[in-house]
Write a new protein. Structure first.
Length: 511
């Protein structure tokens, strides 16, 4: 048993050794094959690198040769350009030389001519001096005297020609301006329909019967004293049948008293406690009414975005009058006219309406605040951040400030139109007579005026001058001076026409 096992072991060892030797032989063959392949690869890479190196050297030589040819070509072109520039410079130098020579010749010619002119000027001056001496001898006047006389004649002629030209220009401008102004104002007035108003100086409350007067007076006059104390209004109870007259300088107080009295009459219970209750209720109702009137007027005038206090102050103007014209209606009318005229003149119609609506807002507080209504109005509008154009319009429409915008001029024009249209305002007889006398006094204060007559209700002043003292051109100047002085010294609605009449009469008797 031992020998077979040993044989098996030896056979296995021999097989292992044979496999090992076989694997080693295969591995060495593979290594040798790989080394030969690597050597071939290296040799091929060296050959390829050598070929590429030769190609690169050839390409570099070609590129160097090409660049050299390019450089030589550019050098040849630059040399040709420089040669052309040199030829042009030589030609220009030759041209300059010729021009310089021509200028030198011209300078010599001018110098000779200047000398000739100087000699001619000296001869002319000498000749003029001889002529002047001869003229002085013949005329008997020195040169200075003759010059003064000639200047006086030229001045008189120029003045006459200037006045004629001024007259022509003024006539043409006036005709064109009057025509255009009439068209604009007529169109604006036609499109603005405003009611005529009448001033209410007192308020009259009708009574159902005369017995009500005693109840209003009350026991020992306590009711009427309470009414007058709470409202600040005088209650005039006289012989007027079935009526009580209320008198106060403040229209707001008068309206409160009127509303309270009407409520007491309807209620029938008239005693101090009830009077106090009705007066308070009337004050609340009037404040609401004032606000509504202001809102209505602002809507009618097309003015939006006003402060509530501004609307309230404008509503107070519903109870204020100027020469019989209701101020709230007047403000609405001025706003509409300003906007319409601004639209026709391509101005800011919205701004013109706003300025026209607020131009008299200061009159709402003239009974409570000191100062002119324009100054009060400016303070109010500045407080509520109105535009500068609105402030300027308020001050300009009464001449307190120069106009800084076209809207201010339009508001002043619209204010004059609204105030002077027929039926808008009324004037007392005393003021009317004073205005006529003032017109005649101003006209007769000028030298050369013989008589002056105010006609057409003070809308025209006719001035008769002495023909020996004032000529036609002087009459024209007098008309302008009279109109200017009227504008400076008088206040009047609308415009006043100044007509100067100059008449020359020649009388002869046949005997």
């Amino acid at each position: 048993m031992t020998f077979p096992i040993l044989n098996i072991a030896l056979a296995g060892f021999a097989g292992f050794l044979l496999g090992y030797l076989l694997r080693r032989y295969v591995a060495e063959a593979r290594i040798k094959s790989a080394e030969e392949a690597a050597r071939r690869i290296i040799e091929e890479a060296g050959k390829e690198a050598e070929a590429k190196k030769r190609e690169a050297i050839v390409e570099a030589k070609d590129e160097s040769f090409r660049q050299k040819r390019e450089a030589e070509r550019e050098i040849r072109e630059q040399r040709a350009e420089m040669q052309r520039l040199e030829r042009r410079l030589e030609q220009r130098e030759e041209s300059l030389d010729r021009k310089t020579e021509a200028l030198e010749n011209r300078e010599r010619t001018l110098t000779e001519k200047e000398q000739e002119l100087a000699r001619a000027r000296d001869e002319a001056q000498a000749q003029q001096a001889r002529h002047q001496q001869e003229l002085e001898r013949v005329s008997g006047l020195t040169a200075e005297q003759a010059r003064e006389q000639l200047l006086r004649q030229v001045e008189a002629q120029a003045r006459a020609d200037g006045l004629k030209l001024v007259k022509k220009i003024e006539t043409e401008a006036r005709e064109d301006a009057d025509r255009r102004a009439r068209e604009i104002i007529a169109l604006a007035i036609q499109r603005c329909a405003a009611d005529h108003t009448a001033e209410v100086t007192v308020s009259v409350v009708p009574l159902p019967n005369d017995d009500m007067k005693g109840r209003i007076i009350g026991r020992e006059g306590r009711n009427i004293r309470t009414l007058e104390g709470l409202t600040g209004v005088d209650f005039i109870i006289d012989d007027t049948p079935e009526a009580v007259t209320l008198s106060s300088f403040d229209p707001i107080r008068r309206e409160i008293a009127k509303i309270a009295l009407e409520k007491l009459i309807v209620d029938g219970r008239i005693h101090p406690a009830r009077i106090e209750e009705m007066v308070e209720k009337s004050q609340r109702e009037l404040e609401q009414r004032i606000r509504e009137e202001g809102e209505r007027a602002a809507f009618e005038a097309g003015v939006h975005g006003l402060h509530p206090e501004e609307i309230k102050l404008m509503g107070r103007l519903r109870f204020r009058y100027s020469y019989g014209q209701n101020l709230l209606a007047h403000s609405v009318e001025v706003a509409l006219l300003s906007g319409l005229i601004a639209g026709l003149l391509d101005g800011d119609a919205q701004l013109a309406r706003r300025a026209g609506f607020l131009h008299d807002i200061g009159k709402a507080l003239t009974h409570e605040v000191e100062g002119t209504h324009s100054a009060i109005g400016v303070d109010i509008c500045r407080r509520y951040h109105e535009p500068p154009e609105v402030l300027n319009a308020i001050t300009y429409h009464h001449g307190d400030e120069e106009a800084k915008c076209i809207e201010a001029v339009l508001v002043a024009a619209a204010d004059a139109i609204s105030a002077s249209r027929p039926g808008a305002r009324k004037e007392t007889a005393e003021m009317y007579i004073k205005r006529l006398e003032g017109l005649e006094r101003i006209a007769t204060s000028f030298p050369g005026v013989e008589k002056a007559y105010a006609i057409q209700a003070g809308r025209e002043i006719r001035v008769l001058v002495r023909p020996t003292d004032i000529d036609d051109l002087g009459a024209q100047a007098l008309a302008r001076d009279v109109a200017k002085k009227i504008e400076e010294e008088m206040e009047y609605p609308g415009q006043i026409k100044v007509t100067v009449l100059r008449e020359t009469r020649v009388v002869e008797y046949a005997r």
